[in-house]
Design a protein around this ligand. Structure first.
Ligand code: ISL
Length: 522
């Protein structure tokens, strides 16, 4: 029989700290804002929160560029505030996951400042440095042709020592060198720092990028651009499982923690099983990227590719039936801070369908096997910014880089950017980061009426907000509460029961149907 544990029964609520609630009128959400909403979160029935990064950071990638893992970005609060949050959650039987971003740091982390200071610095090897190459004309070139996940080269040149460092995201997010044991030990100490304060686990960012192909070989050239996408050489490299097992024996096994690895780029059954098969003692669960990539284009996120429900059927049936084969566990999710809202992408936010569609997605998330993760705002059917917003509403670096790259290629002709804008309107990371819509007062109750919110507030907030749903038994929120309560009451069925996919109907219609069963054995 499947082993029962709290993290299998948990329902997780992701909070994007900048966008949840601003308690001091600076236009940015903060930890005291989250503390004040603990009773609200509890009232939904969720029992675990995941906070996107709140650590000290220059915020070039909204905190996914950490400058010090042991202090808090000052506008969010202090370590004491986080301690208070933990101490408020635990007596309510609630838990907290932090975002562990250790594939890379900020270039303002002291480790990197030391590493870049000289070739002989003891921390030089904590990051991935390589000599330049030279072409036939004697011009300096990057060590290989890898393209960064955020566009451009994955290498940044550092003048003082004349070498390049690897940065798979922004040049200001240098990749750590996990081959270095001292570096690994330092990250273990940082993990313990938070676990000793009562944190209940981690969502591990870009987890499978920590081990790269040791030779960093050139990518296969598939187009005429200078840099080529190359996930096969930087995802799930040969030492990945050693590093995870070491994290476990050195740190996680000494606490009662929940671990969720972000597993981008690795999608096949066998490789995924290696992370979560119970007898391998690695991670509790992962986020496979396929569920958020369903409307990505063949070569890039913002290429056109109409979503078809057949995809969600296939992916759902795959993981729901495969996990039990190796006694593995999985997450169930549709939304996070890295894309558009599932309601707008995979269902419909048109006024006449919005409420029904949001309830349909809630049904999906609460009735499958695995640990459900919902993004704050999902409980009220928050949607993407509408088509009437222009390019200036989008501020996230990933979308902006993409927009500017195409604009340049099209000779700066804004009139030719309509299709790119349409892609941003569906998939930009900004939509997942929209400020929470609490009520219909100016600024949606997210921040003071007179403050300037850090990013656009969706103007649909006057009709779609917490205040107008909280007492309405027909609301999306009421539905979420009922479904979470049902899942908790019948956890033997919903959490631990078996899953049987329904056959595709004979009419050729695409129906995602499934049966959950549970028989009492003992
Ligand atoms: O955002 C993506 C697609 O739009 C992903 O490719 C994403 O960059 C990837 O899944 C890794 O994401 C994580 O690490 C990034 C950070 O920007 C993301 O917010 C985070 O979820 C770098 O730390």
């Amino acid at each position: 029989p499947v082993q029962k544990t709290w993290w299998k029964e948990a329902v997780v609520y992701q909070i994007y700290p900048a966008s949840f609630l601003d308690s001091n009128g600076d236009g940015l959400g903060d930890v005291p804002g989250i503390i004040s909403k603990v009773p609200y979160i509890k009232s939904l029935g969720v029992d675990t929160i995941w906070l996107s990064p709140i650590f000290k950071s220059p915020q070039k990638d909204m905190g996914y560029d950490v400058a010090d893992y042991r202090s808090i970005h000052a506008p969010y609060g202090t370590v004491e505030d986080v301690q208070e949050l933990i101490d408020q959650l635990h007596p309510h039987d609630m838990r907290i996951l932090m975002d562990l971003v250790v594939n890379h740091t900020s270039d303002q982390h002291v480790w990197f400042e030391e590493s870049r200071s000289s070739k002989s610095n003891p921390k030089r090897d904590w990051y991935i440095w390589r000599d330049p190459k030279y072409n036939a004309q004697g011009n300096r070139k990057e060590p290989n042709n890898w393209k960064s996940i955020f566009g451009g080269s994955a290498w940044a040149f550092d003048d003082p020592t004349g070498q390049y460092y690897l940065a798979l995201f922004l040049p200001s997010q240098p990749d750590l060198n996990w081959e270095n044991a001292e570096m690994r030990k330092a990250t273990h100490d940082d993990m313990r720092f938070w676990l000793d304060r009562g944190v209940d686990g981690f969502r591990i960012d870009s987890m499978n990028l920590m081990s790269k192909h040791p030779d960093l070989p050139d990518a296969k050239v598939i187009n005429d651009e200078p840099y080529q996408p190359v996930a096969e050489f930087f995802a799930s490299g040969p030492r990945m499982h050693d590093y995870i097992r070491e994290n476990r024996t050195e740190v996680f096994d000494k606490y009662d923690v929940m671990t969720v690895g972000e597993l981008g780029f690795t999608k096949d059954e066998e490789s995924v099983s290696e992370y979560v098969a119970n007898d391998r003692h690695e991670l509790n669960m992962v986020f496979t990227g396929d569920i958020v990539d369903m409307d990505f284009g063949p070569n890039a996120k913002y290429e056109r590719d109409d979503f078809h429900p057949r995809k969600i059927r296939k992916i759902t049936n795959l993981w729901q039936t495969v996990m039990p084969k190796f006694d593995g566990w999985n997450t169930v999710y549709l939304d996070n801070h890295d894309s558009g809202r599932s309601l707008s992408r995979y269902a419909s936010d048109a006024p006449e369908h919005r409420s029904t569609a949001a309830k349909m997605l809630a049904t999906y998330l609460t009735t499958l096997s695995g640990t459900p993760f919902m993004l704050a705002g999902q409980e009220i059917g928050m949607a993407n910014l509408g088509k009437d917003y222009g390019a200036d509403a989008y501020i996230d670096v990933e979308g902006k880089n993409y927009y500017n790259e195409i604009l340049k290629a099209r000779g700066g002709n804004i009139g030719k950017m309509d299709n790119v804008l349409r892609e941003l309107q569906l998939k930009s990371r900004d939509h997942g980061r929209l400020p929470m819509q609490w009520d219909s007062s100016p600024n949606a109750g997210f921040t003071d009426a007179s403050a300037k919110p850090w990013m656009t507030i969706n103007k649909d907030y006057t009709n779609w907000n917490v205040a107008c749903q909280i007492d309405n038994p027909e609301s999306i929120m009421a539905y979420w509460k009922q479904m979470i309560a049902l899942r908790k009451e019948y956890s033997d069925l919903f959490v631990y029961g078996s899953y049987t996919p329904m056959e595709e109907s004979e009419t050729g219609e695409i129906v995602l149907g499934y049966e959950r069963n549970w028989s009492q054995t003992g």
